[in-house]
Design a protein around this ligand. Structure first.
Ligand code: EPZ
Length: 419
């Protein structure tokens, strides 16, 4: 079982280039199922979840070639595809549920495994299913599978999501692209990754317009086009390395980004005390000794992202005073707190609130990762801890961070993979 060994403390200095977004690549890859034409996608991050999505598409019959020269994928879904997404692929990568919408839109039927929960929560898909039934889909759930069909095809409708859901918004936008007539989706999630998906679909020939802050109007189309598309940068990876610099009193230049998309994260890190200078496609972030404590609530975009909550918690352990983070998106996303406490942190969990004492001096320890973002928060703590830390179960990490040791070693971290 692979582990990571990190020796701290170390001030990080240098440049980190941000990879393509995992959470933009996954819905875009699923959306290629809509089209019989060739699709080229570049800037995909080389992470486990993307590999799994490619395996899933190939299991449906997708013809996928990787062009090593241009580091881009060429996908061809012209032939009739299978409409069965198996448990063994969907269970390790919950975003597999995103093939449901496109398969129903194109083939009017699909058998897709329920994703099942994960460490951070039950992760239900009821909002996806109820919204799809508004487009004419009927479904039953037996033995862990969703058997869905649309005998009369998909027909446009007006749908208001009961709760903001990134995945449900993505599934419905994709499905509505081939539905007959007009679909209006209200109370949509508006994460940048959804905007990236909409840009991809428009370039493919779909007819999608934002008619309100969280309202999308989609007119079904019949013909789609070939296209070349470059996936946006990974804003959560960018935020993670920004926090690494703030935490270690470092001086890191983060390149290959669009600072305006991460304005909330930049503002919060400035409030905590980091010095940040932005340019068109990069920023420079310097950490200071005494960070300020803050109170924060995670919320859907443009609020502070739940996917950076664990990482920010580590920084607030170094603040000058008590902080508080309330997790409003997932019901069990504080599992990193107990591991951080084993390194000397003083974090108390009260339901969905965490109370974080400041002025902590982390000590290295043997640690266990539980989910993707919790794993990276343990690395952040280890970078600033005195001594050696060993982080176990790093397969969680490999799902969403491309070449993390290489990127961190390049800015001076003492980190290596050991068996
Ligand atoms: C996406 O997950 C991201 N994953 C998550 O990132 C991210 O944390 C999350 O959005 C919130 O921003 C991908 O994009 C692949 P939701 P998703 O539907 O779509 C509840 C990471 O670390 N809900 O917005 O699954 C749900 O339980 C991952 O990269 C229902 O109740 O998130 C949660 O409490 C982790 N019923 C809340 O809504 C549903 O049908 C938000 O979930 C769907 C969701």
């Amino acid at each position: 079982m692979k582990k990571l060994e990190v020796i701290g403390p170390k001030k990080l200095k240098g440049t980190i280039k941000i990879s393509g977004s995992k959470n933009s690549s996954l819905p875009i890859l699923a959306a290629t199922l809509l089209s019989k034409n060739k699709v080229k996608i570049s800037n995909l991050p080389e992470v486990k979840d993307i590999e799994t999505m490619i395996l899933l598409l190939r299991s449906l019959g997708s013809n996928i070639k990787f062009n090593t020269k241009t580091k881009s994928l060429e996908i061809n879904n012209k032939k009739n595809l299978k409409t069965f997404a198996s448990y063994n692929l969907v269970k390790t990568m919950r975003a597999g549920i995103l093939v449901l919408g496109p398969l129903l839109a194109r083939f009017n039927k699909a058998k897709v495994s329920l994703p099942g929960g994960c460490a951070i929560g039950a992760r239900p898909v009821d909002i996806h299913l109820k919204a799809l039934s508004k487009l004419g889909v009927t479904y039953k759930i037996t033995q862990g599978y969703i058997y869905a069909k649309a005998p009369k095809g998909l027909n446009g409708n007006i749908i208001k999501f009961p709760k903001i859901s990134v995945g449900a918004t993505e599934n419905l936008i994709i499905a509505a692209c081939l539905a007959k007539g007009k679909t209006i989706l209200k109370n949509c999630a508006i994460e940048p990754e959804i905007n990236d998906l909409v840009n991809f679909l428009r370039k493919m020939g779909c007819n999608i317009r934002w008619t309100g802050k969280r309202t999308a109007m989609i007119m079904g189309v019949k013909n789609l086009k070939e296209l070349n598309y470059k996936v946006m940068f990974d804003r959560i990876e960018a935020g993670t390395y920004m926090i690494a610099s703030a935490l270690t009193e470092g001086d890191i230049k983060i390149t290959n980004i669009q600072p305006k998309i991460i304005k909330t994260e930049i503002d919060i890190l400035k409030k905590v005390g980091a010095i940040i200078k932005t340019k068109k496609n990069e920023l420079r972030i310097l950490g200071i000794r005494k960070n300020k404590n803050i109170k924060l609530i995670t919320s859907p975009y443009p609020g502070f992202p739940t996917d950076l909550q664990a990482q920010l918690m580590v920084l607030l352990c170094k603040a000058n005073g008590r902080s508080e983070i309330t997790e409003k998106i997932f019901e069990n996303r504080f599992m990193h707190a107990s591991e951080l406490n084993r390194m000397g942190a003083k974090i108390k969990i009260l339901g969905n609130r965490s109370i974080i004492e400041g002025n902590v001096d982390f000590k290295g320890a043997e640690l266990m990762a539980t989910d993707l973002r919790a794993s990276v928060s343990l690395i952040l703590a280890a970078l600033t801890a005195k001594g050696k830390s060993i982080i176990n179960r790093i397969y969680h990490l490999d799902r969403g961070y491309e070449n993390i040791e290489k990127k961190l070693r390049k800015v001076g971290a003492r980190i290596k993979r050991i068996s």
